[in-house]
Design a protein around this ligand. Sequence first.
Ligand code: COA
Ligand code: AMP
Length: 624
Amino acid sequence: MSYAKALEQATANPEQFWMDAARALDWARFPAIAHDEDDDHWFPDGELNVCENAVDRHVAAGRGDQPALIYESPITGRDATYSFTELQERVARTAGMLVNAGVKKGDRVVIYMPMIPEAVFGMLACARIGAVHSVVFGGFAAPELAKRIDDCQPVAVLSASCGLEPNRTIAYKPLLDAAIERCTNKPETTIILQREELRADLIPNRDIDWNAAYDAAKPVDPVPVKSTDPLYILYTSGTTGTPKGVVRDNGGYATALAWSMEHIYGVEAGDVYWAASDIGWVVGHSYIVYGPLLAGCATILFEGKPIGTPDAGIFWNLVDKHKVKVLFTAPTAIRAIRRADPDGEFIRKASLKSLKALFLAGERADPDTLLWIADMLGKPVIDHWWQTEIGWPAIATCFGRGETEIRVGSAGRAVPGFRFKVQDDAHQEVEPGKVGNLLIEQPLPPGAFRALWNNPERFKAGFADFPGHYTSGDAGMIDEDGFIHIMGRTDDIINVAGHRLSTGQMEEVVSNHPAVVECAVVGAADALKGETPVGFVVARAGTGDHDQIRKDLITSIRGDIGPIACLSTVHFVDGLPKTRSGKILRNLLRAIENGDEIIVPQTIEDASVIDTLIAHVAEEKAKA
Ligand code: COA
Ligand code: AMP
């Protein structure tokens, strides 16, 4: 089916379109109803098990010997390949381990682990027994982990003794202990995988040694769950300090992912697919774990960085080694590789015959980077757009349908099932080519979120501003030919090296410092990471040593949010630009920091502050 035909069918008869797509899966009970309009749920009466579909189904189909999970850890020097049969054994016993630890259907399990196979076994094991996993990215600090534990109230936490970064070993266990210490809802059980690089002290009567528990466990079969039951909760940054727990269902999600593997990425059973991301992010959930395995592909779990582990050739060497057909990464990774290997020498050294396309997402793909890598690879490089809430690509070039027309600067066209609109703040649809709020008409297709954990009000708020539409929070433009261009966020979320972070949350941390009277944190343009947080602080009179305050703030951000929220620039200023109603003009601060054109809003309280700020920022930059 061509892209145009799929788009037409998904628009004209979405129920039929998605019912047909659902047939790609094995269901314990195939749904009789496609979509329940009242509750806005897909496949409301269907039952299935996603782990069974991702693992057991391929063994039953005679593909047990094919590679399923390929672990590549240049940071430790280890690698391993698990066939579908081996994956089934590992996951079934890990599920037995969870059952022995008292985890039941519907219970939550937090997974705070590095990129190691046991983390994937843990996710799939939860899905196998109908438990709901919530993976927390290892780069988040203890208070962030605590917020997530408190919100989803897990029966158990799965963790490891350490994670490895190029410059240091990160002891996870003290972070987990500190998080649990802060929690009101303390989990009863924590299961800890001891890694050779750094072993952890286990707390008697709480911490269980993973290997001992695994050895004592018996394999457990998958249980059918309702299609609408939650498969996982994944927390993402909103505009406040409280993360949003995006809830993903089983049947709609699995259907959408299976469809996307074929029609967007153009892969099938037996192919090798690699998303170089982290299981802590939505990309990792959808395209390291569930998507490729549902499609019967081998997936690569990569514990390393695009550069420095050991060098900028690692992506291409692994593509060559495993005959990767599709590679997916964030533009930041390509910018890092380009810096280290500007002439593409590593790219030329590897054989990339197997590679059919490179997909980019997670942040804006700047045309310069996209064109550079397309030129170096000589293969299609496809930008595509999505969000944690949506769960799979909503804007893309459907490569699997033979589409290759790419418009540089655009993330592609609407994926069948998504109906995009652009409206101004007065709810008027804008003409093609004009920028406005990027909206998606309801109902959203299968796979997209239907709830936020513990927070129906906040969920509703995402649909309240433009009734009948999901507000993406991005500004966008649709051109005459239907290509959608993403222009950046309309709220206080920034994207640092593909990591979604809230500047509002950073402001909460900064304003807790006793010397800070008021502050604003904005995302400044960064040549490597896309954006980077920059603070503007009005300090209490007489607090003296700004260098010390700056150091304190950097330490607090790392300690309260995590090292990925890499605040490094803090400007000490006499006042912040505000509207007459007292709202801080963050866009103006961003323009000043970036050296962009300054557009002074009519509502500004005191325009004289602008020149002072421009002079201050210029002086600081000259010093740096
Ligand atoms: N656990 C603990 N700490 C982590 C971590 C993890 N899983 N991931 C990152 N960190 C730490 C890093 O060690 C670093 O700490 P430092 O400031 O003490 O050195 C900090 O968080 C920032 O890390 P990172 O954002 O990775 O920046 P970097 O400067 O170390 O590396 C890149 C730059 C471009 C190589 C890196 O950002 C990268 O690989 N980007 C691609 C991101 C990506 O794939 N995102 C996917 C989203 S789809
Ligand atoms: P996350 O929920 O972490 O996946 O972040 C989603 C946000 O990342 C989106 O709302 C966008 O702001 C940004 N984003 C993701 N993909 C792209 C893309 N291809 N182009 C521009 N921005 C993107």
